[in-house]
Design a protein around this ligand. Structure first.
Ligand code: ADP
Ligand code: ZN
Length: 293
């Protein structure tokens, strides 16, 4: 048995099992660390005898450098009580098992790779478009970590103020991709979320354009074999074909791959695991931690 935690800004999803078929989960609203983690640890203690490792896919920013003194910490979050919090350390201490640790979006990417829309691929991108925008990139079979970890939602893209006077809502950058295209940006610009916009609403084409601008950059830099799109905003199913259309338009025939020139029907794929991607990815992190121990 493996344990998994998707540590989110609004909820923690704890799971025990080996995969989608047998995963038993408990959901806990995220409040102060102690109030959130006590019921979580209690849940895992019920499986103490069988638990081999726990994986954590966490909201961030987080420290992922194994040699760092603050490895496994949530670092500079404004969330009360969670700043510089040793999440991986606490779980290791409480449960006395190996702990795997990564970002929430990297976790979701691992979940989609194992059981979802990115199975069998050595190079792909998973992008979530929700309260924020985040990407997990797998290159040659490994998640990209690098200096800190990628913050793909915060790339800069062209913003035509004449077409879209909305200044963007990222507290750090204003009109970065996340600031222009996350769920709260749609809500602030149009007073409704993406599902409530009718199919011919210009907000959908604008949203697709922004996301496609981001995707075009990643197609050109990472050369992914597929891009998997998840997150609450992607539940607006009108968006998917619009994004494919905008991406093909932006790349303008330059990338010579049938996967894209055929309309990107399979290339731009919806996530399959939905809200379970993160916790299932944490299970993959647990598996890796168990194998290393
Ligand atoms: P989080 O990013 O916090 O983990 P979600 O991925 O569910 O959560 O994203 C939440 C965002 O997605 C909100 O901004 C909300 O407006 C938007 N959203 C939620 N459901 C839908 C939907 N069915 N259609 C379009 N947008 C949605
Ligand atoms: Zn930003």
């Amino acid at each position: 048995m493996l344990g998994a935690i998707e540590a989110g800004g609004t909820k923690f999803i704890c799971g025990v099992g080996t995969g989608p078929a047998d995963l038993e989960t408990l959901q806990i609203p995220t409040s102060a660390p102690a109030a959130t983690l006590e019921p979580a640890m209690e849940f895992f203690r019920r499986f103490r005898q069988e638990l081999r490792a726990v994986g954590i896919a966490s909201f961030g920013p987080v420290d992922l450098h194994p040699e760092s003194r603050t490895y496994g910490y949530i670092t500079s979050t404004p969330k009360p009580g969670w700043r510089n919090f040793d999440l991986a350390g606490l779980v290791r201490k409480e449960l006395a098992v190996p702990v795997g640790f990564d970002t929430d979006v990297n976790g979701a990417a691992l979940g989609e790779a194992r059981w979802g829309a990115a199975q069998g691929l050595s190079d792909f991108l998973y992008l979530t478009v929700g309260t924020g925008i985040g990407g997990g990139a797998v290159v040659q079979g490994r998640l990209v970590h690098g200096l800190v970890h990628p913050e793909m939602g915060h790339i800069r893209i062209p913003h035509d103020f004449a077409r879209d006077p909305f200044p963007g809502c990222c507290p750090f950058h204003g009109d970065c991709l996340e600031g222009l295209a996350c769920g709260p940006a749609i809500q602030a610009r149009w007073g409704r979320n993406a599902s409530e916009l009718p199919p011919d609403h210009p907000g959908l084409v604008l949203e697709a354009r922004y996301l496609a601008l981001g995707l075009a950059n990643w197609v050109c830099t990472l050369s992914p074999q597929r891009i998997v799109l998840g997150g609450g905003v992607m539940q607006q199913r009108e968006l998917l074909p619009l994004i494919r259309h905008e991406l093909v338009d932006l790349l303008n025939g330059y990338i010579q791959a049938g996967e894209i020139t055929d309309g990107a029907e399979r290339y731009i794929a919806p996530a399959i695991l939905g809200s379970r991607a993160g916790v299932l990815g944490a299970l993959v992190l647990a598996e890796a931690a168990a194998a290393q121990a």
